[in-house]
Write a protein that binds this ligand. Structure first.
Ligand SMILES: O=C(O)CCC(=O)C(=O)O
Length: 283
């Protein structure tokens, strides 16, 4: 694996820190995209036990989410271990070392309109820290109106919000988590009805482009597809130096608590071991 230091300029590092997201153009070669398309087709044909249909509309159009399948799908594993993504993430986060956290797919069939509710990722994760990132990587061309949207700078708002209950979205018994009234959170801002109040970022994207964002960023949308377009997104999540394990009372998705405990990991630990391997280290 050659170095990708040159793709990550100081300006990009600064933009990632200030805005919370950057869109990198053409950083993933076509061979990786072709291979991941094969992997995603396998994944759609046989979702993991974590696979969930987020939406199934009256026209039969679906939105599928699945996660942490990299150990079962060889194309995913090859990408996690061998692609430039870990280094791109590490350099953007200014991390000295980067561990892989998990993979996810978001796939929509042709013309699907379903939009992902706005949310932040960190409150759903079993870790916390600033040096986190998620890479949203479409495997097909996507129009700006159908791409993931980000609220610029929201990773620094320093405010905890009540998050979307994705269990209510799937209606699946396995996801039902009791959300309690908490006094450390305020209601999530209604971004959709008040879009003009927010500085929104999204892009027309081609295969090979990646939007990399901090897990504290408010993001959502996507969907809203033209009648002849589908959308396949492969996503990987990466963790840097300051990230530590935390188990939350509600809504961890995917919930890593059991596998972390099985692997001898506990709250306060740095994420590590065979399920969360270190993939890149600054030389
Ligand atoms: O692609 C989508 O609809 C959702 C993506 C998302 O929420 C994420 O990457 O964290």
């Amino acid at each position: 694996m050659g170095s990708h230091a040159e793709s990550i300029t100081d300006d990009l590092i600064e933009a990632f820190d200030c805005d919370g997201v950057v869109c990198l153009r053409g950083v993933i070669d076509a061979d990786w995209i072709d291979s991941l398309c094969i992997g995603v087709d396998k994944n759609i044909a046989t979702p993991s036990p974590r696979g969930r249909v987020w939406d199934h509309d009256d026209h039969g159009r679906t939105t599928l989410y699945d996660s942490q399948v990299w150990l079962d799908i060889e194309e995913y594993r090859a990408f996690v271990e061998g692609s430039p993504m870990a280094e791109l993430a590490g350099r953007l986060m200014r991390a000295t070392a980067v561990n892989f956290f998990f993979d996810a797919i978001f796939t929509r069939t042709t013309g699907a309109q379903f939009r992902t509710p706005f949310h932040q990722d960190e409150p759903f994760w079993s870790v916390e820290g600033y040096q986190t990132c998620s890479s949203w990587m479409p495997l097909v061309s996507v129009e700006k109106k159908s791409a993931l949207e980000f609220v610029r700078g929201s990773h620094r708002w320093n405010q905890r919000y009540a998050q979307t209950n994705f269990g209510a979205l799937t209606g699946d018994d396995r996801d039902q988590v009791e959300y309690t009234d908490r006094d450390d959170v305020i209601p999530f801002p209604d971004i959709e009805s008040d879009r003009d109040q927010y500085d929104m970022l999204s892009w027309d994207m081609e295969p090979g482009d990646v939007a990399i964002f901090n897990a504290r960023m408010i993001h959502g949308g996507s969907g809203n597809l033209a009648p002849d377009r589908d959308l396949k997104v492969f996503n990987t999540q990466w963790l840097g130096d300051d990230v530590r394990i935390i188990f939350r009372d509600e809504g961890m998705d995917p919930d890593h608590r059991d596998v972390m405990i099985e692997h001898g990991l506990a709250p306060g630990d740095r994420v590590s071991g065979p399920l969360y391997p270190e993939i890149w280290r600054a030389s």
